[in-house]
Design a protein around this ligand. Structure first.
Ligand code: PMP
Length: 457
């Protein structure tokens, strides 16, 4: 069978991201072959409801012919153009202008990357250049959050605070520092929102004082911590952190790689608290995963200071594929679908329904907490609701959830501790949401019945 041959070739030659190579050799690949609307299909002919929009990126859903046509047309007319040597291309110019018009605050200058990791990397480089430009080159330290994720480049993996991205690699870098997460379900400060907010502000101030106030460049965080387990901050936390950064004279960088492009309802997650960050990083929903692209949004203040300081000299940061015309053409059509195509509005409506329907699973014996905003959600899985105890690693609860999900015809993110992450595409109808929640419930029921799981409940 062709799929068996592919699985064998995959095993021998294809290295998978953030995967145990040995476990993968044993497990074998689930080879996906086609997708349409909210479903994906594998080489064995199985059809799954995609509850995770690929990797929280296919926000418009699968199979939009207008995106295919935009890419094909651009490939046929101008498949590539460099941005070096003063060359440019129309889709990239138009996409930058449209994004600048819609971005919060005065983020009027856009630098396009290939994805989220190099967007974060670029944001760090721009920050460094900015502080050198204004004569504050002593500001070399970056502060991020425990449970945060900022990509897999050396810089981003160091800002990330998930152990698997550090183990065996020489990160974090010496200039990268962390403060505790706001994680209200498991916070030593308790679950009171005001106490958590005050605690984070205090932690930031203390970290800056300890490092030396004139040595800190920026604080970076996600509007909702994604890969850390879909951890939603208390209302007011983001604006309090922005105010603290302004007071302390450091840059406030918002990593919107997951939360951008309608995932939390509005186009930018920053809008939920009216934030005006100095820099936003984005990717994923920008092109809805149809082709790779990321972006860095820079404020006028940063851009002007950098441009003035460099004068006629080049600012030495750039990639061969910065502002790629095919990606930009896709980005323009995806943006049109969000706005004129009604996908953003649909996501807001379905997001409200998702949040209310997930509450029906709060009583499930395996569910410790239901949390989320709009089309980004998680069910934290525990063995005991009162003690919030987690499954021990030998149970392999994450792998059990993922497998049971496939058997129930649904794909979601199964975190290693069993937490289920959901990020449906924004084209889900209300009845698609009902089906998603029903399949997730069937999955939880199936896993709860397994002898090894039942034994510890
Ligand atoms: N930042 C955040 C917040 C992310 O969630 C991710 C990817 N999940 C990245 C950065 C890195 O993006 P990419 O995988 O496109 O490099």
């Amino acid at each position: 069978m062709i799929s068996n041959a592919l699985v064998e070739l995959d095993r021998r030659h294809l290295i998978h991201p953030v995967t145990s190579y040995r476990t993968h050799e044993e497990h074998g690949a689930v080879v996906l072959t086609s997708a349409s609307g909210v479903h994906v299909q594998d080489a064995g002919g199985n059809r799954y409801l995609d509850g995770f929009a690929g990797l929280w990126c296919v926000n418009v859903g699968y199979g939009h012919q207008s995106i295919v046509e935009a890419a094909a047309k651009q490939m046929a007319t101008l498949p590539y153009a460099t941005g070096y040597f003063h060359f440019s291309n129309e889709p990239a110019i138009r996409l930058a202008a449209e994004l600048a018009e819609r971005a919060p605050g005065d983020l009027k200058h856009i630098y396009f990357t290939l994805g989220g990791s190099d967007a974060v990397d670029s944001a760090v480089r721009f920050t460094q250049f900015y502080f050198n430009a204004i004569g504050q080159g002593s500001r070399v330290n970056f502060i991020s959050m425990e449970q945060g994720y900022h990509g897999s480049s050396s810089t981003g993996a160091g800002l990330t605070a998930l152990p698997v991205f550090h183990t065996g690699f020489n990160v974090p870098l010496p200039n990268q520092h962390k403060i505790p997460s706001h994680y209200s379900y498991r916070n030593p400060l308790g679950s009171d929102p005001d106490t958590i907010i005050a605690g984070s502000v205090q932690a930031l101030k203390e970290k800056i004082a300890a490092l030396g106030p004139d040595t800190v460049a920026a604080f970076i965080c996600e509007p909702v911590q994604g890969s850390g387990g879909v951890i939603v901050p208390p209302k007011g936390w983001l604006s309090a952190m922005q105010a603290a950064c302004r007071e302390l004279g450091i840059l406030f960088i918002i990593d919107e790689v997951i939360t951008g492009f309608g995932r939390l309802g509005p186009l930018f997650g920053s809008e939920i608290e009216g934030l005006t960050p100095d820099i936003i990083t984005a990717a994923k929903g920008l092109t809805s995963g149809y082709v790779p692209m990321g972006a860095v949004f820079l404020s006028n203040r940063l851009y002007e200071a950098m441009a003035d300081a460099a004068g006629p000299a080049a600012i030495g940061h750039g990639f061969t594929y910065s502002a790629h015309p095919v990606s930009a053409a896709v980005g323009l059509e995806v943006l049109r679908l969000y706005t004129e195509g009604g996908i953003l509005e649909n996501g807001q409506k379905s997001g409200l329904h998702l949040m209310s329907q997930l509450q029906t699973l709060a009583d499930h014996p395996l569910v410790g907490e239901v949390r989320g905003i709009s089309m980004l959600a998680a069910l934290e899985v525990v063995t005991n609701k009162a003690t919030k105890a987690l499954f021990t690693p030998e149970i392999g609860i994450g792998a059990r959830m993922a497998q049971a999900g496939l058997e129930n015809g649904v794909i979601f993110r199964a975190f290693h501790n069993g937490t289920i992450g959901l990020a449906p595409s924004l084209n889900y109808s209300v009845s698609d949401i009902d089906e998603l929640v029903a399949r997730v419930k069937a999955t939880l029921d199936q896993v709860a019945e397994q002898a090894e799981v039942r034994a510890v409940l």
